[in-house]
Design a protein around this ligand. Structure first.
Ligand code: NAP
Length: 509
């Protein structure tokens, strides 16, 4: 590899670093802004484009980035690109401008005290259609709007110590760490990289030219994934290796080959009389996190026909979860007469279990677009809801959302993660509410009882009944997960209450 290639900065080479800076007056640095930023004011759930447009002067300047409206009047003087540049976004949805000049800036954090509220969905700007156009239809549930999907770009380079693989995403999306799975096998010296882009996955696969010691990756500028392979020996590789079949393919997640890789049971924590958190440590050089609402399958190595899907529990919901890329924590109920879990419960710490790469097609955009989210969970059906709860409460502006969890269990002793969930409800009292419903409660239970029914839904969440609801369909999301008959019944009940099918997402494994 030539010297000039080694010094290539993938960002500047691709013209990403286009932001221009102007000299700022004294006292107008980023640190000054952090010190002087205004205090937070109450946030609103819906601001129309017409209202946004009225705040378009330097003395009264609002702009929207990624669906959030900010009052940047106080920030204008601190903008490193100067007043004129920021005023180009005054009174409008400035997402395109923002992405053009500094997509890597953490605007949500920098302007967190300036949030006015959420831009109304009614007249949102539409992205231009790109070459690959896909419609995602999931389990008869949500059919997401046609999203333009572009195949990522791949490049590589090396220095003495590392081989770097670069994947550049050309997609309007927040590139989260869990969208990248990397599995390197020491036995075969094959590396497999999966980059999840909405309904699709970009795959890279090579039998490497040389041995490696470690694998790591970073995300830069919300666009570039830089994968660093640490070489065992300091020598130049003539090529990266032999391409595996399907290398550089870009397919629907459902069409991915079902790769299984070894993990080892590291920890088992009891939650209730029959449910446990199982933490599996991945094999060395396997990095895997599961996108929100998606799952992995696990298999018993001595009986690979026994396979079950599970959704990881996010760390933000319970500190007992260890999901960090090198370990995966799953909530599993052990059924004494169950074919799979009775055998799984006999697995000892350190024993091998096979795990799949992430599967499923849940589109996080639906959560990000929704103002009102209602989650109907029964038993371990709580697990896919936890990622949604974590995303809304911890990562996004919950203040502009209403999140309701209706959690069905048999008895008080079956309520998994009750204290963890309640801590969140106490922390976010105006926006996160939980109702527990028990089907076989003790006489001392004074909460709701029974199974899901139309009356119960009307009573607990009257606001979702269409007559009481003034939200547009794409501002609402209603998810159901539990035993299949529960999930099917919930969907039927919601439809009977005239909830549009496009707002309902049934998780069905
Ligand atoms: P469970 O304890 O047996 O049941 C939880 C609650 O659901 C109980 O109150 C139960 O009422 C109620 N329920 C069960 N069947 C019902 C029905 N037909 N109509 C109305 N209510 C009903 O649940 P579990 O053993 O934890 O099982 C959870 C299920 O969720 C598993 O089947 C699992 O595969 C599934 N799951 C799916 C996904 C996914 O698709 N992504 C993820 C996680 C879990 P009763 O006491 O009256 O039966």
């Amino acid at each position: 590899m030539s010297k000039s290639r080694n010094s290539l900065s993938p960002n500047s080479a691709r013209g990403i670093d286009t932001a221009k800076k102007v000299p700022l007056a004294p006292g107008r640095s980023l640190m000054d802004w952090i010190r002087n930023a205004p205090k937070r004011s109450p946030r609103r759930s819906s601001i129309s484009e017409d209202e946004l447009a009225q705040h378009n002067t330097e003395q009264d300047c609002w702009l929207a980035v990624r669906d959030i409206v900010y009052d940047v009047t106080a920030y204008v003087a601190y903008h490193p690109g100067g007043r004129d540049q920021i005023m180009r976004g005054a009174g409008i949805d400035a997402t395109e401008l923002f992405n053009e000049y500094h997509p890597w800036v953490n605007v949500e954090n920098m302007l967190k005290t300036c949030v006015v509220g959420r831009l109304s969905m009614t007249k949102k700007f539409k992205m231009p259609l790109a070459p690959v156009l896909q419609t995602l239809s999931v389990n008869g549930g949500i059919v997401s709007t046609s999203a333009p999907l572009e195949k990522p770009f791949f490049d590589w380079m090396q220095d003495d110590n590392y081989v770097y693989l670069f994947v550049t995403i050309n997609q309007e999306m927040l590139l989260r760490k869990e969208y990248v799975t990397i599995i390197h096998s020491n036995d075969t010296n094959e590396i497999k990289v999966y980059v999840y882009i909405k309904s699709h996955c970009f795959f890279l696969g090579f039998k490497l030219s040389g041995q490696i010691i470690s694998v790591n990756f970073d995300i830069e500028n919300n666009k570039n994934i830089k994968i660093s392979l640490e070489k065992k020996e300091k020598s130049a590789w003539k090529k990266i290796g032999a391409a595996l079949s399907d290398n550089k393919s870009f397919t629907k997640v459902q069409a991915l080959p079902k790769l299984k890789f070894p993990t080892y049971l590291e920890e088992k924590t009891q939650l209730t009389h029959d449910s446990f958190l199982f933490t599996f440590r991945h094999a060395k050089n396997a990095i895997l996190r599961v996108p929100i609402g998606r799952h992995v399958h696990i298999l018993l190595p001595n009986n690979q026909s026994l396979i079950r899907p599970y959704t990881p529990v996010p760390k933000a919901v319970t500190s007992r979860s260890k999901n960090d890329g090198t370990q995966t924590t799953l909530l599993i109920k052990v059924y004494q007469d169950g074919m799979f879990t009775s055998k799984l419960s006999e697995v000892k710490i350190g024993d091998k279990i096979l795990m799949s790469i992430p599967e499923g097609a849940f589109d996080l955009q639906k959560v990000q677009d929704a103002v009102s989210i209602t989650l109907f969970a029964a038993g371990t059906g709580i697990t896919p809801m936890l990622g949604i709860i974590q995303h809304c409460l911890i990562e996004q502006f919950l203040e502009i959302r209403k999140l309701r969890l209706i959690f069905f269990n048999k008895t008080e002793n079956d309520m998994m993660l009750k204290e963890d969930l309640e801590k969140l409800a106490v922390k976010f009292p105006n926006n996160f509410k939980i109702t527990h419903v028990l089907s076989a409660s003790s006489s001392s239970w004074n909460g709701k009882t029974g199974r899901i029914s139309e009356n119960l839904v009307r009573e607990i969440v009257p606001q979702i009944v269409v007559e009481n609801d003034d939200l547009a369909d794409d501002e609402k999301l209603l998810c159901a997960c539990g035993p299949k008959p529960f999930t099917d019944l919930t969907v039927q009940i919601l439809k009977r209450l005239n909830v549009s099918e496009s707002c309902i997402y049934p998780f069905s494994g």
